[in-house]
Design a protein around this ligand. Structure first.
Ligand SMILES: Nc1nc2c(ncn2[C@@H]2O[C@H](COP(=O)(O)OP(=O)(O)OP(=O)(O)O)[C@@H](O)[C@H]2O)c(=O)[nH]1
Ligand SMILES: [Mg+2]
Length: 202
């Protein structure tokens, strides 16, 4: 699968702002600053499609991107676990994200992003369990793969897998937005998801 075009379709904080349900959607979830927006830019080959920032908590909205003439969509979710926002703001984010994840019938898969250098957090584990509950587990991207030596890559990937409690069948793909690696493998996985039959309405 190749991405040759991508455009921002909608920026939403509530369901009325979502684009109309249509093509299958793949959502990117993960803690704040893990590299969701950077990965989106990497996959789409568009340096500045999604805003990237050194300060966590950049993406505070649900951003829908139409890919290849809106044949499928990538949905950049707000990051969780950013300590510096107030409890009420962080509850709103959680609420907003949960509503999307629970109600979106065209959501096909969630890609969980984890920093390759870090032990998955309690929230990462919670997210993965949630994904499993809804049958959307099994695809994990380990971001910032450029930060570990090539020789340690396998070990780091295994640590993320076991930290999340992911089974041997889960695909764990190391990616680096900096070195532009992992794109082919991740896109191949996304392609498989899109090709499979329409998910049942929940
Ligand atoms: N070394 C390295 N840094 C990266 C990589 N991907 C992202 N970063 C850096 O990590 C920081 C956060 O990246 P973002 O893409 O904004 O992260 P995000 O998950 O979208 O963050 P929120 O929008 O806050 O949830 C930025 O400083 C990026 O430059 C990578 O593959 N390698
Ligand atoms: Mg972001």
């Amino acid at each position: 699968m190749k991405i040759n075009a991508a455009e921002l379709l909608a920026v939403a904080v509530q369901a009325s702002q979502y684009p109309r349900e249509g093509p299958p959607e793949i959502a990117f979830a993960g803690r704040s600053n893990v590299g969701k927006s950077s990965l989106l830019n990497l996959l789409t080959g568009r340096k500045a499609l999604a805003r990237v920032s050194g300060s966590p908590g950049k993406t505070r909205t649900i951003n829908f991107y139409g890919v290849n003439g809106d044949t499928f969509r990538i949905v950049d979710l707000p990051g969780y676990g950013y300590a510096k926002v107030s409890k009420s703001v962080s509850a709103t984010w959680g609420d907003m994200t949960e509503k999307y994840l629970l109600n979106r019938t065209t959501l096909r898969k969630i890609v969980l992003l984890c920093d390759i250098r870090r032990e998955p957090s309690a929230q990462d584990v919670q997210m993965y369990e949630w994904m499993r509950h809804y049958g959307m587990d099994g695809l994990i991207a380990c971001t910032k793969a450029d930060k570990v030596k090539r020789s340690a890559l396998g070990r780091s990937v295994d640590a993320v897998r076991s930290g999340l409690g992911a089974g041997p069948d889960a695909k764990v793909v190391p990616v680096s937005a900096l070195k532009k690696t992992g794109v082919g493998e991740l896109l191949a996985e996304i392609g498989k998801v899109i090709d499979t039959h329409e998910r049942d309405k929940r």
